[in-house]
Design a protein around this ligand. Structure first.
Ligand code: HEM
Length: 509
């Protein structure tokens, strides 16, 4: 069960769900949807399958800060760029583990993503694992990423030969799961050899969907309304635990590979000499297997959708791949970050559909948000990233338009800070950011080089939600490009400066 009651945490802040009336003394000044129903709250016209997209609709009606009440729980949502920038101030705000994230505690416990800020295992695991995302570590993962990408292209070549369209989200999920499993844990799920998703993926989707449903059912009624779902969820969690225990057991006593699992099992904290406990290793492995593939898979799928719909942009990206990679059989590690335009395509896809679509921030002490909204210590708000990324004050009146040039160097330099946050913010921002960007840029480059992407003219983008976002039912037809289509000689690109900063925080924004 999710933690739903308020209990004081180690730092004195309440944990679990905290309704907004408790923390926002002037809550009445924050607008809410009209037609609020007694007991039920703001539920008219909303669906339990699309809570995020419903919030986006309300955001458009109600403005840069608004609230929603669902079954007695009041939430504050923020998306205006000025307000979100204030929430990014780490001296006054921190990550809030609430709603969707807290619902994952039964499966991920004090793993990195779900740990409360005060839990000692967060700092320990962060310090032990951050070097696993350094440039040097990433260069070591590159050949494994290429191996997995080969399996994807072999699978897609067979679809081309058979005249079949490809299932983009399904295949991107296979690709990203295999990539994190191989690079992180030396494990092979054999996803491309299966006709149905791997049972680990089925169990993972089950727990994510269940965690989302917990938000849409009144807490006292969950034992009745979600009895069957809760039983299935327990079975899913047991399956995830068993799978992970098998992977860890196989590694203990075996020769290390220098991957994330080795770090978890072997590395002591550089200052304290402490190590992760066996239970915490289990939590971290599940965390990385889930966080390390679901969001990247969505990002690749949205990018492929937009590339297929914008042949001019696809041609420009492909020309860059041909120019930068030339006739190299496989790209070297350094050649990936040189795909500047492909990376812009990815950023622009993450702007419109940040696949982890919200993150929560809480006040470290009594404060006033943007000099306007008083907040008590522990009060929190959800930053709605898809709307932040569409704020016309920052992105202009055509914010809905797909345009990768919004991310050219000059545009980025002149934009207000904290307006683009697909990887969250501050100390708890995504540890896997560089990993995801390298993997996704590499794969987009390989796919653009090999195929022309043909959309189904009847397809209209629909977005499924299970805490993360994914284009639903996206199929593409592919054509193999002739080898001679590629430009032969690579040209020198401007050097990409090496980044000596912390792989997580130095580049988090
Ligand atoms: C496009 C891909 C990705 C997106 C959009 C994404 C997004 C995010 C966001 C928004 C957060 C912060 C959540 C919060 O504040 O509550 C986060 C945290 C995290 N992500 Fe990612 N992520 C991606 C890929 C990855 C990958 C590839 C890995 C691992 C290899 C990963 C591992 C994590 C972990 C462990 C955290 C928790 C960090 C902490 O609290 O210390 N993510 N991610």
């Amino acid at each position: 069960m999710a933690e739903r009651t308020e209990a004081p945490a180690g730092d004195g802040l309440p944990k679990g769900f905290r309704s907004a009336e408790l923390g926002w003394p002037e809550l009445h000044r924050i607008p809410h949807p009209p037609h609020r129903l007694p007991l039920l709250g703001d539920v008219l016209g909303v669906s339990r399958r699309t809570p995020m997209q419903d919030s986006l609709r309300y955001a458009r009606q109600l403005g840069p800060i608004f609230r929603r009440r669902v079954f007695g729980k009041e939430f504050v949502f923020v998306w205006g760029a000025g307000l979100a920038a204030d929430l990014a101030d780490e001296s006054r705000f921190a990550k809030h583990v609430g709603v969707g994230v807290a619902n994952l505690r039964p499966v991920a416990g004090d793993g990195l993503f779900t740990a409360y800020n005060h839990e000692p295992n967060w700092q320990l695991a962060h310090d032990v694992l951050a070097p696993g995302f350094s440039r040097e570590a990433m260069a070591g993962y590159h050949p494994m990423m290429l191996d997995v990408a080969d399996r994807l292209t072999a699978h897609w070549d067979r679809a081309v030969a058979a005249g079949r369209p490809v299932d983009v989200p399904g295949d991107m999920t296979k690709l990203t799961l295999e990539t994190i499993a191989r690079t992180g844990f030396g494990h092979d799920f054999g996803s491309f050899e299966r006709s149905r998703p791997h049972p680990f993926v089925t169990a993972m989707v089950g727990t994510l969907t269940y965690a989302q449903r917990l938000n849409t059912v009144p807490a006292p009624l969950t034992p009745w309304l979600l009895r069957g779902a809760s039983r299935r969820n327990k079975a899913d969690i047991a399956h995830l635990n068993r799978t992970v225990d098998d992977v860890v057991r196989a590694r203990r006593g075996a020769r290390g590979k220098g991957d994330l699992l080795d770090r978890m099992l072997e590395t002591a904290h550089p200052a304290t000499g402490e190590r992760l406990s066996a239970e915490n290793v289990r939590r971290q492995v599940i965390t990385f297997l889930v966080a390390g593939h679901e969001t990247t898979s969505g990002a690749l799928s949205f990018a492929l959708h937009y590339l297929s719909r914008h042949p001019g942009i696809a041609a420009r990206a492909r020309a860059e791949v041909d120019r930068v990679w030339g006739d190299a059989a496989v790209p070297a590690y350094e050649q990936v970050a040189k795909l500047r335009y492909v990376r812009r395509v990815l950023d622009e896809s993450l702007r419109l559909w940040p696949t982890a679509p919200a993150f929560a921030r809480e006040a470290r002490a009594d404060t006033v948000l943007a000099d306007t909204h008083p907040m008590r210590r522990g009060a929190w708000a959800l930053v709605l990233t898809p709307m932040l990324h569409r704020d016309p004050a920052v992105w202009g009146p055509d914010a809905e338009r797909f345009d990768p040039d919004r991310f050219d160097a000059k545009a980025v330099r002149t934009r207000a800070p904290h307006a683009f946050k697909p990887f969250g913010t501050g100390a708890r921002a995504c540890i896997g950011r560089q990993f995801a960007l390298h993997e996704a840029t590499l794969v987009l480059g390989l796919l653009l080089r090999r195929y022309e992407l043909r959309p189904d003219p009847g397809y209209r983008l629909r977005v499924t939600e299970r805490l993360t976002l994914m284009p639903e039912g996206l199929r593409l037809r592919l054509e193999r490009r002739a080898p001679g289509d590629a430009a032969p000689a690579p040209v020198a690109e401007e050097a990409v400066p090496s980044d000596p900063r912390c792989p997580v925080h130095g580049t988090g924004d």
